[in-house]
Design a protein. Structure first.
Length: 165
């Protein structure tokens, strides 16, 4: 597969994955752009692998985990006035998604990465362990701690996420 074909076919999925992982669209764009730039330089080797997408996804995770120092220096902060226009269809869904992303953003980075790889990317414990470079038991404990934290947060702030059935 040519690099251009890969980018056209997989970039949207990488962007969604990175957005869920970082909880910030601008940071996801930066990470995916940086990773694809590095992948282009090594594409001959990457494309020969059995699972090139898994390798590039791991590059995204590694880049995200290494952004801590840079992120602290570059995170924009501003007060934004709420839009007074009426909200159309899908507002409840967006509010629930934003509440969930806000909760994910408060998790430690490795826990967030493990939860996103499990529940968003659908990877197994063994696959997550390979992605994060740790043992399977570490993955299980990271996910368990993250879910416990999310449950406590939900119990403490039930009004920020109300499920509609």
């Amino acid at each position: 597969m040519e690099f251009g074909e890969y980018v056209v076919g997989r970039r949207p999925a990488l962007m969604r994955f990175a957005t869920v992982l970082t909880c910030q669209a601008w940071l996801a764009e930066d990470i995916v752009s940086d990773v694809l730039g590095r992948a282009f330089e090594r594409w001959d080797r990457i494309s020969a692998m059995a699972e090139p997408h898994a390798y590039v996804r791991r590059m995204v995770v590694n880049e995200y985990l290494s952004w801590r120092r840079r992120l602290a220096r570059t995170t924009p902060r501003a007060e934004i006035e709420p839009d007074s226009a009426s909200v159309g269809d899908g507002a409840d869904e967006r509010a629930r998604r934003d509440a969930l992303i806000g909760r994910l953003a408060r998790l430690p980075r490795r826990q967030r990465a493990a939860v996103v790889l499990r529940f968003y990317a659908g990877l197994t414990d063994a696959e997550i362990a390979v992605e994060l470079g740790c043992r399977v038991t570490t993955v299980r404990s990271q996910i368990s701690r993250a879910l416990a934290t999310l449950r406590l947060d939900l119990a403490a702030n039930p009004h920020t996420y109300q499920e509609t059935r």
